[in-house]
Design a protein. Structure first.
Length: 115
């Protein structure tokens, strides 16, 4: 009985989502590979930013994480992208945006390579 109710609830929930134009991914085979990019991102965030800092306040954490994501997208070279930044791949050119925090390839012990 409970299994049937769950199935009916799931179908109703799916219908509501589809009714407002939300696509539902039900492909169980590809989910692992869909998540790998997000998992790699959070691993980088933890090891290159969070574990190295001792944030005193939530505001400090937000500011430092915002600057880290800027660094990650606009300055940090990614091997999987042919040693380009995500911004270079997405926008098609080298973006020149700056952040006030001290994130740079040098500050993280990485060398910036120009191709």
């Amino acid at each position: 009985m409970i299994e049937r109710e769950c199935c009916e609830l799931s179908i109703r929930a799916q219908c509501r989502l589809l009714g407002v134009g939300i696509a539902i991914s039900m492909d169980g085979r590809g989910r692992v590979f869909d998540n790998i990019f997000v998992e790699r991102l959070w691993r980088s965030v933890k090891y290159e930013e969070v574990y190295l800092k001792d944030y005193g306040t939530v505001d400090q954490a937000r500011q430092n994480l915002a600057c880290y994501f800027h660094f990650y997208n606009y300055e940090r070279l990614h091997q999987s992208l042919g040693y380009l930044t995500p911004a270079e791949v997405y926008f098609g050119y080298e973006a020149d945006f700056s952040c006030s925090a001290s994130h740079s390839a040098d500050s993280l012990g990485m060398a910036k390579v120009t191709i």
